[in-house]
Design a binder for this molecule. Structure first.
Ligand code: ADP
Ligand code: MG
Length: 334
């Protein structure tokens, strides 16, 4: 199958979008831009053997997840994702049918998050598949939520349980036959759900709010907020809820849920900071939409850094949560 037939096979017959003026098939796509809005632009690549393996992700999961990680970045800016561009580089081991399944997963996510695929590029890889997804979103002018907006006295919160994806990866790598018994862990790893709802909520409150998505682990993201804001983030270990399935898996394998919760990554929940005064209203607004935000710490004056209060003792947490998983031989998609 030549490149053009492949692109046609992957992209025709999918949902149309009235905002797209020139669709796939020309030199570039053309779309409408709403007045009073700003663009939010992001891209992330997934590389076979680095970010995923064929025994841990099905082709559909690779497509779904490659879009999800980008949508999560847009959510963390308080934006709305609109368009995606995909550079696809399969090696010869990937059949047209498997690529079609990858695109099915991609389009499944696109429908879920209101994203239209408007173009891309197709090239050959000499070893392993990689794909790079670019997402274009929009946000009300001046309302994007950055990492640098945290101030001493703020409440630090997360949008949901953490550590499930890392535990799911551990399961898929070491105990794949347990997958049916831990569906939530496996789904967290294969089918992450970016928190557009929470990003939207924070952006529409009209209050100062720092926001970041948890791609590399809570500690790493808290460090990013601390450095961008010029303050210290203090986290309380016992305020982070342990998801029952994570607790059960950890009991069964003799692991500590805290390592995965603090350093695991690929959760694609959001971590944020708002003033203590704005916090109760944000919690109420979230509750009204069925979202339970969890206060896990506070911002205090001091040098950029992250402190963990655990069993009544406070200790600084180093930045490098990521190295924790170096021995897994698999890197996380950011
Ligand atoms: P050009 O040579 O002008 O760059 P291409 O021949 O590479 O265009 O692509 C033709 C059309 O198909 C363009 O609209 C491009 O955006 C789209 N396209 C190419 N590869 C992909 C892909 N993997 N997924 C989605 N659209 C693609
Ligand atoms: Mg051209």
């Amino acid at each position: 199958m030549d490149e053009f037939a492949l692109i046609r096979m992957l992209t025709t017959g999918r949902r149309a979008d009235p905002r797209v003026v020139v669709d796939i098939g020309d030199d570039a796509a053309v779309t409408m831009v709403a007045p009073g809005r700003q663009l939010v632009l992001t891209c992330d690549a997934m590389v076979e053997g680095i970010h995923f393996r064929r025994d841990t992700l099905a082709p559909e999961d690779v497509g779904f997840k490659s879009l999800a990680v980008n949508v999560s970045d847009v959510a963390a800016m308080g934006g709305e994702p609109r368009y995606a561009l995909v550079t696809l580089a399969p090696d010869r081991a990937w059949t047209p049918d498997e690529l079609r399944r990858l695109y099915d997963g991609l389009y499944e996510g696109a429908a879920m998050w209101g994203v239209t695929l408007v173009g891309g590029d197709t090239v050959r890889s000499t070893g392993g598949l990689w794909l790079s997804v670019t997402v274009v979103g929009e946000v009300t002018a001046g309302r994007a939520l950055t990492r640098g907006a945290a101030r001493p006295g703020d409440v630090v919160f997360v949008s949901g349980p953490l550590g499930l994806s890392a535990a799911g990866l551990d399961l898929l790598l070491h105990r794949p036959d347990w997958a049916d018994r831990y569906p939530r862990l496996v789904a967290a790893h294969r089918r992450p759900r970016p928190r557009l709802d929470v990003g939207r909520l924070c952006a529409t409150q009209g209050v100062r709010c720092a926001l970041n998505d948890v791609s590399d682990g809570l500690v790493s993201e808290a460090w990013e907020i601390a450095e961008a804001s010029g303050a210290t983030v203090r986290l309380y270990a016992d305020r982070l809820p342990v998801h029952p399935e994570l607790a059960a898996y950890c009991r069964e394998v003799g692991a500590s849920p805290r390592d995965w919760m603090f350093f695991g990554g690929e959760d694609y929940e959001l971590v944020g900071a708002v003033s203590a005064g704005a916090w109760p209203e944000l919690v109420r607004a979230a509750q009204a939409e069925g979202v339970a935000l969890i206060a896990v710490g506070e911002v205090v004056a001091g040098a950029p850094g992250v402190l963990l209060v655990e069993d009544g003792r406070e200790r600084p947490l180093p930045k490098g949560g990521y190295n924790h998983f170096a021995d897994e031989g698999i890197e996380r998609a950011r």
